[in-house]
Design a protein around this ligand. Structure first.
Ligand SMILES: NC(=O)C1=CN([C@@H]2O[C@H](COP(=O)(O)OP(=O)(O)OC[C@H]3O[C@@H](n4cnc5c(N)ncnc54)[C@H](O)[C@@H]3O)[C@@H](O)[C@H]2O)C=CC1
Ligand SMILES: O=C1O[C@H](COP(=O)(O)O)[C@@H](O)[C@H](O)[C@H]1O
Length: 264
């Protein structure tokens, strides 16, 4: 991707996992409603950093002008977020970003969807067994959304908006159903979290592949190559060339590295 890439929500956790590792790889434009301090811009100049809300049509149009791709992360990430917030930040904001991307002639958008778009597949009958390495239950991205909560509804809506702009405006869209991003170790003492762990380096690599690969419309799961898993990463490997390096099985249940003599 030679053209500039707009990263919305750049100041947040996922944005920082990406930008801290890929700062030198792209001509970034950053957008966040909070000013991003210099140390979190990782060398991206302040002139390429937009302080704006993703529901602001004019501001988003300004930020995306001339870009070839967008990684759209900005939104309310709370699983218990109230409807008013997800309606504005996640649904309206995502429609604004897709629409502005089309108007600007952007080639591709990677959208941060969530495990919570499909959380209701985790039924009482299937859990906790489905979180374990010896269980072969898998979701692969072909299934219909079954949201856990209204936040999950907003993410399923974002996926559908992506489908709409792909079908009607020829925008290439990949929706990444991100699992649970934590830095340095998987979520501690949390089976579900360890089954959907996404390490920071695998996160950066996955979104790098979203910018480099060719696709039309895709839904993929964004998790590391955990032994425990109920999300297939085969589609991400096949279509995007995703090659994850991390695995929550390399850590104890408490989140300590197993190759650390202190924990053996
Ligand atoms: N962290 C995780 O494990 C997961 C995150 N995601 C999704 O990834 C995206 C990023 O999540 P995180 O980095 O964890 O959240 P975060 O809260 O750390 O970062 C979100 C960023 O977006 C900005 N933002 C929020 N609403 C905005 C708006 N209306 N306009 C402009 N900027 C706005 C915030 O200021 C913040 O810097 C979210 O869409 C979230 O739903 C999905 C699954 C898992
Ligand atoms: O979508 C998201 O999912 C992760 C994992 O969900 P959890 O309910 O197991 O914590 C969550 O940590 C993150 O904040 C959210 O945006």
């Amino acid at each position: 991707m030679d053209d500039p890439v707009l990263l919305t929500g750049a100041g947040g956790r996922v944005g920082q996992a990406i930008l801290s590792r890929l700062a030198d790889e792209y001509d970034w434009r950053l957008l966040d409603r909070e000013p991003i301090p210099e140390e979190r811009r990782h060398g991206v100049p302040e002139s390429a950093s937009f302080v704006a809300d993703v529901t602001d049509d004019a501001a988003v149009a300004d930020a995306v002008a001339g870009c070839g791709a967008v990684i759209h992360l900005a939104g309310d990430p709370r699983p218990d977020a109230p409807w008013d917030s997800v309606l504005a930040n996640n649904i309206d904001g995502t429609q604004t970003v897709f629409s502005a991307a089309v108007d600007a002639g952007v080639e591709k958008v990677a959208f941060a969807s969530s495990n919570h778009a499909v959380g209701a597949y985790e039924t009482d009958e299937r859990t906790p067994e489905m979180y374990r390495a010896d269980d072969d239950y898998r979701l692969d991205g072909e299934e219909l959304p079954r949201p856990s909560n209204l936040y999950g509804v907003s993410k399923a809506s974002g996926e559908t908006l992506g489908r709409y702009y792909h079908d009607h405006a020829d925008l290439d869209v990949v929706c990444v159903r991100i699992g649970n991003l934590t830095e340095g170790h998987p979520p501690r003492e949390y089976e579900r979290g360890q089954a959907m762990w996404l390490s920071h380096r695998d996160c950066a690599h996955l979104f790098d592949r979203c910018l480099a690969a060719d696709y039309g419309y895709e839904i993929v799961y964004g998790i590391s190559d955990n032994d425990r898993k109920y999300y297939s990463i085969e589609r991400a490997k096949e279509v995007l060339g995703y090659d994850p390096q991390d695995n929550s099985a390399e850590y104890t249940f408490e989140g300590e590295p197993k190759n650390d003599p202190a924990t053996e």
